[in-house]
Design a protein. Sequence first.
Length: 122
Amino acid sequence: MPDRPSAAELADAVREFLEAEALPAATDPRLRFRLLVAANALSILKRDLDLGEELLREEIALLRPLAGAPPPGTPREQALALSAELSRRIRRGDVPRGALEALRRIAELKLRVASPRYLERG
C-alpha cells in the first residue's frame, strides 16, 4: 500500500514523540522505564518493517539446504517450520554440514532487527 505515512514512518513518528516529548516530561522512574521500553519496541518494529522480508528470505535460503524444502505459507511461517525441522535434526544428533555457520548468520540477521548495536561490539 503506497499511501503515506507508511507503517514504518508511523512507528518512527511515535518513537520520536516518546523520546523528544514524553520522556523528558516523565518524572516517575517506572513510567520513564516503560516509555523507554515502548520507544525501543517501536524501533524494533520499524526495523522489522524495513528489513523483515529481506532477512526472512535470506534465513529461508540458509535453512533450506539444512532442513529441506519449506512448506507452503508466508515467509515467516516457512522460516519457523524450517527452523523447527533443523532443531529436530540437531536434537536427533543429525547435524548437517554447515549448520553452525548458517545458524551464526541467522543470529546476525535477527540481531539486525532486534538489537543491531550488538553487532557493532564484535
